[in-house]
Design a protein around this ligand. Structure first.
Ligand SMILES: C[S@@+](CC[C@H](N)C(=O)[O-])C[C@H]1O[C@@H](n2cnc3c(N)ncnc32)[C@H](O)[C@@H]1O
Length: 252
């Protein structure tokens, strides 16, 4: 089991080191699809900024640090920012970026998210995007719960794995994915209850995803309409599993 897990971690490191060694992100062409679920990402951004004030913050699976440092400007509001990622290439980039903007309260370290070297009860907030579905969930949830202070929060925006159309698209685009990643299932979300006292899940991206296929002149209109329909249908118990992304808010 341990050897098998080590192989997966090594594959993840190799894949992402190659990805972050290129000047241009090979996933760029997916941007128009990610635009269709940006309202979930924006919701998470707002929550992270609110919870980061004077807080000790960890970005879990931080890649090149761009999200916390450049999009959210977390180092201007938090007490400390730590970022970990299995890719040492990504972590070097993040460290260089922090140096460039003079963010003395930021530290980035190459580390396995399933076995972190931080002490218990270290962080007020752990946040991540597109990381949990690369990990063994029992180890991930146990580690996140361990490093959070009592009452502190973790926030993750992650892809779901029930929608057959999205899964067909994933099968057609293997080059931008690792072989071991596993978009989350409802049973994975249920597992979170074992590690956290409070588990909130919101779902994003069912009808809104179709707006990516619309001509640019009507795309924003289609996005707004899709979003409005999703706000209703993605509260229905059997429908929500077909959303593209879930926003998880986990509290110790
Ligand atoms: C899909 S990328 C998401 C990166 C970033 N959060 C974003 O939204 O662009 C997944 C990230 O998880 C990292 N990762 C995968 N397995 C990991 C592990 N076991 N420990 C730490 N980081 C890991 C990868 O190196 C990569 O940076």
């Amino acid at each position: 089991m341990r050897g098998e897990r080590d192989n997966i971690i090594n594959r993840e490191r190799e894949f992402h080191n190659t990805r972050f060694s290129h000047g241009e992100d090979p996933r760029r062409y997916l941007d128009k699809w990610y635009q269709t679920i940006r309202h979930g990402a924006e919701r998470q951004d707002e929550e992270i900024k609110r919870l980061s004030k004077d807080a000790d913050v960890l970005e879990y699976g931080c890649s090149d640090g761009g999200w916390s440092l450049y999009s959210l400007h977390l180092t201007d509001i938090c007490r400390s920012l730590a970022g970990i990622d299995v890719s040492d290439v990504a972590v070097s980039k993040a460290t260089e970026r922090a140096r460039k903007i003079g963010a003395a309260n930021a530290t980035f370290v190459a580390m396995n998210a399933e076995a972190m070297s931080f002490e218990d009860n270290r962080f007020d907030l752990v946040h991540g995007r597109g990381i949990v579905h690369h990990l063994d969930l029992e180890r991930c949830f146990a580690e996140v719960a361990r490093v959070l202070k009592p009452g502190a929060v973790a926030s993750f925006y992650e892809p779901m794995g029930h929608n057959p159309l999205l899964n067909a698209y994933r099968r057609r685009t293997p080059d931008v994915r690792t072989v071991d990643e596993h978009p989350l299932l409802m049973s994975d979300l249920a597992l979170a209850h074992r590690y956290f006292d409070d588990v909130q899940v919101e779902y994003f991206g069912l009808c809104s995803v179709g707006s990516a296929l619309m001509p640019s002149g009507v795309r924003e209109l289609a996005y707004a309409a899709g979003k409005a329909i999703d706000a209703v249908v993605l509260t229905l118990p059997f429908v929500k599993r077909f959303a593209w992304h879930a926003l998880l808010t986990l509290r110790n």
